[in-house]
Every structure is written in C-alpha cells, then in structure tokens.
Design a protein around this ligand. Structure first.
Ligand code: ZN
Ligand code: ZN
Length: 728
C-alpha cells in the first residue's frame, strides 16, 4: 500500500496521510484532491511512504492526483519548508498560499491556459511495435510524440480526423499525459538586448562584481544615491543572466511602480518573455504568469513580495529593489519578509542576490558594514545635480493653513518660471481630527484608538484604520457647542489653501482618495508630463520612483510628526521617505530645491539629510541601537493577541509569558503590553516581545514555545507570532 503525506491549508503543523496507489516518485510536489472533514479540498503531496501512524481502517483514500500542471520541484518545497519553520506557520498553509487561487480550487483549470499533451517516461520507453499494426493513427501519433515530445490539441487534430480518439487511448495507457501550461506565444527567439546608456565607472564596477559571482551565492548591497542609475545596473546584470540561459527574479515594492519598470525592461529585452506577478492581476492572469514562470518559459519575473515564492526552475539571479520598503513584509497570515526569503532562496539556489537602495534597512547596511554582504556604492548622479535641501524653521511662525511664507514665496517663483512644484504631506483627508474648542472633544473612532479624519469632499469623518464613517456632527456631541474646528492639515486642506493663495495655478492632488476616484494614476502622470499641472499635492504615493522632468521644487509639510514616534524605526523611515521625496526634485541640468518645514531645523536627522549622507546617519543610528539593545544587535519576535476586551488579550499573554520563562535560555521575555494602537476595528490588542542575541537561540526557543501554545485548548484571544516584526 502506498501512502501520501499531504500538506493542507489548515493552521496545523502536521501533514495528513492518505492512501493512494497510483502515485509515483514524480508526483511529489503535485496537487491532490482529498477528503478532509466532510469537505473535498486540494493539498500538495510532500512525501510518499509505505507506513502510516494512522491505523489502516481509518486511513482515507486520496481522490485523485492532479497532473494537469507541473509539480513543485524540490527547490520550491525546500524554500517553503524554510518559511514554515522560520515563521512558525503550518507547512501546508505556506504551500497553499504560494499557489495562485485557481490552483487552490478543486474544479478543473480554466481555458485561457494552453493544454499540451506530453510524452511520459513510459511513453518514451514504449515501442511503437507494441501497438497493433492496424492502429495506424495511433502509431503515427506516437511517432510524432517521440519526435516532438509534446503537442497541443490543434496539432494533434492535423494528424487525422480520428487522432483525438487515438490520443485518448495513448493517455489511457499512460504513454501521454495532459498538462496545462501558459501558452508560450511567440516562441522565444535568441536573446538580445537593446543598447543602454554608457556606464559610469561605479556602475561598471558593480556590474562586473555581480556578474563575477554568477553561479554562487553572494549577497550584494547596491547602495546608490537617488538618480545614480541602479536600474541600469540591474538591467546589465539581467542581460548577462539571460544570455547564460537563466531566469531573473526582480522584486519591487509597489504595484504602481511595476508598469513603469516593466516597460523599461521590455524595451531593453524585446524578445525575452517577461511576466509580472502582483496582487492587482486577475486570477487568470496570475495563473498564466505563474505557470509561465514555473515552466521556465518566462525568463524575467517582475513582481511584488508574493513573487518571491514563484517557482523558477532556472533561477540565475534575484534582485530586490528598494529593499528597505515595508511592503516587502506581509502583515497577516504568513508574516514573511520577502527580502529575507529572497536571500534564503538565493542561498539555496546558489545564485547572487542584489539588494538595491539609496537608504537601505539598517539591518542590511549593518550586514554590509561587517562584510557579510558585499557593498557596492554608486555615489555619482547620472544626469542630475543633487538637490539643495533647506530647512524652514516654523517655530513661532504664523502659518497659512500649514504653509510658511518662505515656501509660498518659493512656489510663486517657480510658477512664474512655469516650473512644477510638489507639496508633500503624508496625510490624506482635510484635517486629521475635528475638535471642539469649548470642551476639548476630539472626533475619535468608536472602533479604534484613532482619530476620525475630516474629509471635505463627502463632508464625512473617516477612520483610516477600520473604514468606519460618520457624517460631520453639526454640534459638539459632548457640550453642544456649534463651533467645531478642523485641527491640523491633510492633503485636501493644503490643496484648498494653495488654490486660495494661487487662484490661477493648476493643482492636482494625488493620494489614495484621488487615485481611487477621478483619473487613473496613468492619466494623472500624463497630465503632469504634459505640463498641464503647476502644483502637485501628494502623499507618499508620489515619493517613490516617479520622474517628472519639470518638477524642481519640493515642499515638505508636517515631517516632524514622525520625529515623535515611539517606534525605534521611525527615524529610519523618515530619512528614507524624505530622501525619496527629495529625489523628485530636479532633473538634467536643473538643480532641484527641497524646502522642509520643521520646528527642529537643527535636528541631526535633517542635518544628515541636507548632506545626503546616509552612511553617517546609519552609523549614528547603529551606535544608538547597539547601546539600546535593538535590532540588528538582537533578534526579536512578537506574540500578538487580540480579543474583544484588552484584559482577555493581556491575560492570555501573561500565561504565554509564564510558559516562555520555563523554556527560555538566553532569551529575554518582556512583559505583555498593549499594542501601539490598542483598539482596531472593535478588537483590543496586546503584544509580548521576546528577544535574543542569537538568531539560532531565538529560533530554538520559538519552536518549542509555539508548539506548546498551539497545543493548548482554544482561547478567547486570537494570537499570532510575528518573527522579525517591523511594527510594534
Ligand atoms: Zn464640546
Ligand atoms: Zn476605526
């Protein structure tokens, strides 16, 4: 009797055993349909065994093995097993989360993917003379298969009118099998790349170093100031990898950036099949792209974090652009860091990995500083002078709806020269809160510990965390006062203030509200490029990667709010954000200007930013972190719990902490505290931090602790473990 061990999409660490007699070694990694708790579900075959701990009479039979798409290869399973162990998430659930939705369903695959018929191993060794001499069509078809190895249905039909029936017989005797793959159209031609710009010496050195380590694991940090041409380095390296017949995986943080980059890559490699993988694709596209990657047909895979799990049989290089970006970390379910998994993947596959950034994560910079990663620096700008960054002190100044006189004067000067300005404020809505000056009432969300943001367009209060909305009250709900005042600024208020101050200027607001409605992002970009816009008002949507050639002034409003954050990573994020925003100013021979409104013009962070000196900034932060005992000098995990009442969550964590203290050796167990945002969507949240100076020690502890917690009877608190948490 053969037994298959199957990973299922359930939050249990075990695999499930089923009887299955018709399986062979090459079915490992395939999908299988099995009965599970009165349901029929899809799982992945992980192992084939002959004995089971389940008594034979209780062992259920698998329904059938799905051979309509290729199996996960050992390399893929290896990566997902690592993710399961490291993030303490059930193996079956990791495997299923890597699959496109269409492959997670029991019913047959849809049409848009191409069906091909492939000669099996049995078919390869079969002799045509085993077939009856009178089975003419079958013999001809088998001969054709032996020559071509695989055929599509329409080619089969050209053999003879009865060929489809003959094909069925070949499938029935196991010589040919049906496979679904993404349609390879057109067949890839020989690899060639369009000419790129000449490289600077630094770029050439980076390309040389990366290419020299092909075929071996080596992490690189490509530390390049804005406009230093990191993308050109990626393209040259990809070119070398493609020429060697391998696949390239390029991970980017934002979906909004993929179309631009995709166009750039396609332009350089016009004959090379490229697919994108991100959450904005529909299910059919996602399936097609995934299968194309898995079949090795797609030579370049460009995607957001989920693409790190896509199967790539001929992987030759991994590139992670803007590696510090928080979107590489998944915040629910399998809480993985795509950047970190990308490194593991490169290591498992023995290929180089390039982490690119102007402001890398401190962890990454530290790894480069101690020589674990190879540091490649791009210090020169290509076709651009560095922007002039100036702080405008707003201490004691009277502001016009949050805008200072020097900033307004600078905008006026740019308007007079028909140049564009970006006013950056990282808060959407009109005002972050509505306040009663009589009694001090603030518009709070009933479901979250957050303020309701005033939106003027629909005259409603919105919670940006849980989506709760309410009409703007006419009088104060506490004291009945009729004068409620908006406090602080959001993008809508800055837009309104600018419109009032510059009545003739053409102003465009770009934030999540405006890109959702009205014009698409693409249409907005076109208007900006066509100089139909004078002033842009935007949030961090605008901060990354977009090049606007006529934009020479950037005004930053309200940056100080991030200086007050209790999160130890806030300075790092602020520095990154401001570097990105500053990078929007100035192109070609025009020097850009960046004006930052702040009450702390002498703050060390702003001083480093003005010098554009990431390395000095990072060294200072690292010294602080080392002294305070923060990452990267320690490794952390957070046990999160949430419940309708905070006490329930805290009580659960207190029990978990007691258990932890019995298991921990060389691991520090802190006391449970409430989360940074304690109420969210009607649930209250608490967390328990554990940390150690060694990753291995922390992992050993977490494995034991997690297993014990998972084995406990269900509690009223919902809990989850977050390894290497980024948010507290
Ligand atoms: Zn009041
Ligand atoms: Zn809320």
């Amino acid at each position: 009797m053969k037994i298959i061990r199957v990973g299922l999409d359930v939050p249990v660490a075990t695999l499930f055993d089923y009887r299955a007699d018709d399986v062979g070694a090459d079915d490992v990694g395939r999908r299988v349909v099995v009965p599970f708790r009165r349901k029929i579900v899809i799982g992945i075959i992980i192992e084939i065994a002959t004995v089971s701990a389940v008594p034979p009479h209780r062992l259920k039979a698998a329904l059938h093995v799905l051979r309509d798409s290729p199996a996960f290869l050992a390399d893929d399973l290896h990566l997902m097993k690592f993710a399961s162990d490291y993030y303490h998430h059930a193996y079956g659930a990791v495997l299923m989360s890597a699959l496109p939705a269409r492959l997670r369903r029991v019913h047959a695959l849809p049409r848009p993917v191409e069906t091909r018929f492939v000669l099996t191993a049995a078919g390869v060794s079969a002799d045509i003379d085993q077939l009856s001499a009178r089975a003419i069509v079958r013999r001809r078809l088998l001969a054709l298969f032996k020559q071509e190895r695989s055929l599509d249905a329409s080619t089969v039909k050209t053999v003879a009118p009865t060929a489809p029936a003959a094909l069925k017989q070949l499938v029935a005797c196991g010589w040919v099998e049906r496979q679904v793959i993404a349609a390879p159209t057109p067949a890839p031609g020989p690899h060639w790349a369009a000419a790129g710009p000449a490289l600077t010496l630094e770029q050439a050195e980076a390309v040389r170093a990366i290419c020299a380590s092909r075929g071996a694991f080596q992490p690189f940090l490509l530390l390049g100031v804005t406009s230093s041409g990191k993308t050109e380095v990626y393209l040259r390296v990809i070119d070398a990898v493609l020429a060697a017949g391998r696949q390239a995986l390029l991970l980017v943080p934002e979906i909004t950036l993929t179309p631009q980059l995709e166009a750039l890559v396609r332009e350089r490699f016009p004959s090379t099949p490229l697919v994108s993988l991100h959450s904005a694709l529909n299910e059919t596209e996602r399936l097609k792209h995934w299968l194309a990657a898995q079949a090795g047909y797609a030579r370049i895979v460009l995607g957001t974090r989920l693409a790190v799990l896509a199967p790539l049989p001929q992987l030759g290089i991994v590139i992670v652009d803007e590696e510090q970006d928080a979107s590489f970390k998944q915040m629910d379910g399998l809480r993985y860091s795509a950047r970190d998994l990308a490194i593991v993947r490169a290591q498992q596959r023995n290929v180089p990995i390039v982490l690119g950034s102007a402001t890398p994560a401190l962890e990454t910079y530290y790894n480069a500083a101690i020589g674990r990663y190879h540091l490649l620096s791009l210090t020169q700008r290509v076709n651009a002078a560095p922007p002039r960054i100036v702080c405008i002190s707003t201490r004691g100044e009277k502001l016009e709806n949050g805008l200072s006189q020097p900033l307004l004067a600078a905008i006026a000067a740019r308007l007079a020269r028909s140049e564009q300005t970006l006013v950056f404020i990282n808060r959407r809505g009109y005002a972050p809160v509505l306040m009663c000056h009589a009694c001090g009432w603030l518009s709070g969300c009933r479901r979250c510990s957050a303020q309701l943001v005033l939106h003027l367009r629909d005259r409603r209060l919105h919670c940006h965390h849980c989506g709760y909305q309410a009409p703007v009250p006419v009088t104060c709900p506490e004291c009945g006062n009729q004068e409620l005042a908006p406090l602080g600024q959001g993008t809508q208020r800055v837009e309104a203030a600018l419109a009032q101050h510059f009545p003739r200027a053409r102003i465009l607001r770009i934030d999540r509200d405006s890109t959702r409605r009205k014009l698409s992002w693409h249409a907005m970009r076109r208007r900006i490029h066509a100089r139909e816009i004078d002033i842009l008002v935007g949030t961090q949507i605008l901060a990354k990667g977009h090049d606007f050639p006529h934009l020479n002034l950037v005004g930053v409003v309200n940056a100080d709010s991030l200086l007050y954050s209790t999160d130890f990573r806030a300075p790092e994020r602020l520095f990154t954000l401001l570097t990105q925003v500053a990078g929007r100013a100035g192109r070609g021979d025009m020097q850009g200007e960046v004006l930052i409104q702040t009450e702390f013009p002498r703050h060390a962070l702003y001083a480093a930013l003005q010098r554009q000196d990431y390395a000095a900034f990072a060294r200072n932060l690292l010294a602080e972190r080392q002294q305070a005992g923060f990452p990267p000098f320690v490794y952390q995990a957070l046990l999160r719990a949430e419940a309708p009442k905070l006490e329930t969550a805290l009580a659960y964590l207190a029990r978990a902490a007691r258990l932890a203290r019995t298991l921990a050796q060389g691991v520090t167990i802190y006391d449970p505290v409430h989360a940074g945002m304690v109420r969210l969507a009607g649930r209250e949240r608490a967390q328990l931090l554990v940390q150690a100076e060694s990753r291995a020690r922390l992992q050993g502890f977490l494995a034991a602790w997690h297993a014990r917690l998972a084995a406990e009877p269900a509690t009223r608190a919902r809990w989850s473990l977050d390894v290497d948490p980024l948010e507290f």
